[in-house]
Design a protein around this ligand. Structure first.
Ligand code: MLT
Length: 263
């Protein structure tokens, strides 16, 4: 459903009933990466997915898109849906946005799930690589970004034996505009470090990571989890960076157990 939020069209889905759970997608994908969660978990909770600005069915205004701007879009959607408190589930860039949301709107967050993501800002080298990739998106289009990213987004097991997932992820990336991809890359390059924020966190938190994740490896997720008081830590075998898509049953079980426990 497309609605006008913060001056642009934003596409979202809102299914099921009960505890609101908001899913924030990774870069450079769209809300359909959460389809395995939407279909299974709408029987248990109210599940909301959003196409972030620049992605999927949402509009792609000029960038850069800061993590705070995208968190503001999520906030405006929750306001529109009359949701006062929600559990946030953010994967990778979705995790950066969830942390920006937590910083600005802590009273709205009931619990947070940080999947295949990190709390740190980019190193100077990572920032440089991002800006080069943003220019490349504008010059060569989203297909070139799919060529670069698919081998890193998926784990070895999926790349070797799950052609339907490889195809689906490629389709998602190629369906996005070069302008949106470049604007989000530039926005991520400017994000701030959230380590301090996490050290002060006083709400239920779960950290999930795919054992085969090469973009935010297990060691990095472990470091983040150690910095959060009482955070759960789960590693999903045979999954890479897109652990929710690569091993949906395991991801859904971990997530629904966590949400049930913090009722
Ligand atoms: C993502 O999956 O959202 C990206 O890998 C995040 C990033 O580029 O840091």
């Amino acid at each position: 459903m497309l609605i006008n939020i913060n001056g642009i069209g934003i596409d979202y889905r809102d299914l099921g009933s009960g505890i609101p759970v908001v899913f924030v997608h990774a870069f450079p994908l769209d809300q359909t990466m959460w389809d395995p969660q939407l279909s299974a978990l709408q029987k248990l909770f109210r599940v909301i997915t959003i196409d972030l600005r620049g992605f999927g069915g949402s509009h792609a205004p000029a960038g850069p898109y800061s993590m705070t701007q995208m968190a503001d879009d999520v906030r405006a959607l929750l306001y529109h849906l009359e949701i006062n408190r929600a559990t946030l589930v953010g994967l990778s860039m979705g995790g950066y946005i969830s942390l920006a949301f937590l910083k600005k709107y802590p009273q709205i967050v009931r619990a947070i799930v940080l999947a295949d993501t990190r709390a740190t800002a980019d190193t100077p080298e990572a920032r440089e690589r991002r800006l080069i990739s943003a220019d490349k998106a504008e010059r060569e289009g989203s297909r070139a970004i799919a060529d670069d990213m698919v081998p890193m987004l998926l784990g070895r097991t999926s790349l070797d034996s799950r052609p339907e997932i490889v195809r689906r992820v490629r389709e998602m990336i190629e369906g996005n505009s070069a302008q949106g991809i470049a604007a989000a890359q530039r926005g991520m390059s400017e994000r701030i470090d959230s380590t301090e924020l996490l050290s002060q966190l006083d709400l239920p938190c779960q950290v999930i990571v795919g054992a085969e994740d090469v973009l935010t490896p297990v060691s990095e997720a472990e470091t983040m989890q150690r910095g959060i008081k009482g955070a759960r830590f789960n590693v999903i075998d045979r999954a890479g960076h897109l652990s929710n898509l690569e091993q949906p049953e395991e991801f859904n079980k971990l997530l629904s157990d966590f949400i049930d426990e913090c009722r």
